[in-house]
Ligand binder design. Structure first.
Ligand code: HEC
Length: 161
């Protein structure tokens, strides 16, 4: 009997922590930084490079704007992000495919891989409905993409201050 009471007491403590606004994931601060570093080099809106050539996003997929992330489709014509459904979200799936798979992104050595913690956080954000908050677009998608070629440490999440 006493054991049951203890279990109930512990549950009582745990419940308020689930689903409060403190758990809300902030897209701009917690998600976009690793989307940018890992993906935007190849998936930015069209722009002119320093030689005046127009650079188009790979596969016509734009990951530097809310509209791009919401509306872009994979080669089968399916939306790459399905709010509420991380398992149907190709944008996440491609990061989890074996590194030598043709559809693993980012390609090895071209941009930093998402860490497991980042994949998990992205999945949670999608599961919670993919709320972008006030974020509409990266004003400077070509800036801040320099990379020293070193992968991040496994458990880390790249965030903005
Ligand atoms: C070095 C360039 C590069 C980077 C970095 C990159 N991609 Fe891509 N991505 C491509 C290319 C090229 C294709 C088209 C592949 C094809 O059609 O064979 C593509 C296609 C895709 C597709 C469509 C796959 C399909 O099934 O049709 C998705 C989704 C995608 N990328 C997501 C991402 C995400 C998410 C990131 C970052 C985690 C990322 N990409 C980083 C070059 C890149």
């Amino acid at each position: 009997m006493r054991k049951n009471i203890l279990i109930i007491a512990l549950f009582g403590l745990a419940v308020p922590a689930i689903g409060t606004s403190e758990d809300k994931i902030d897209f701009a601060k917690q998600i976009y930084p690793f989307v940018k570093s890992g993906c935007v080099k190849c998936h930015a809106p069209p722009y002119e490079d320093e030689r005046g050539r127009t650079r188009k996003p790979k596969a016509e997929i734009i990951l530097a704007t809310k509209e791009g992330i919401m509306e872009s489709v994979d080669e089968e014509g399916n939306k790459i992000l399905v709010p509420g459904k991380p398992d149907e979200t190709r944008m996440l799936e491609v990061t989890k495919l074996p590194i030598d798979d043709d559809y693993h992104f980012p390609p090895e050595g071209k941009a930093p891989q998402w860490t497991d913690a980042e994949k998990e956080l992205f999945g949670k954000w999608v599961a919670a409905g993919a709320d972008f908050g006030d974020w509409e677009a990266d004003p400077k998608p070509q800036e801040g993409l320099e990379w020293d070629g070193k992968e991040k440490e496994a458990g880390t999440v790249e965030t903005a201050e």
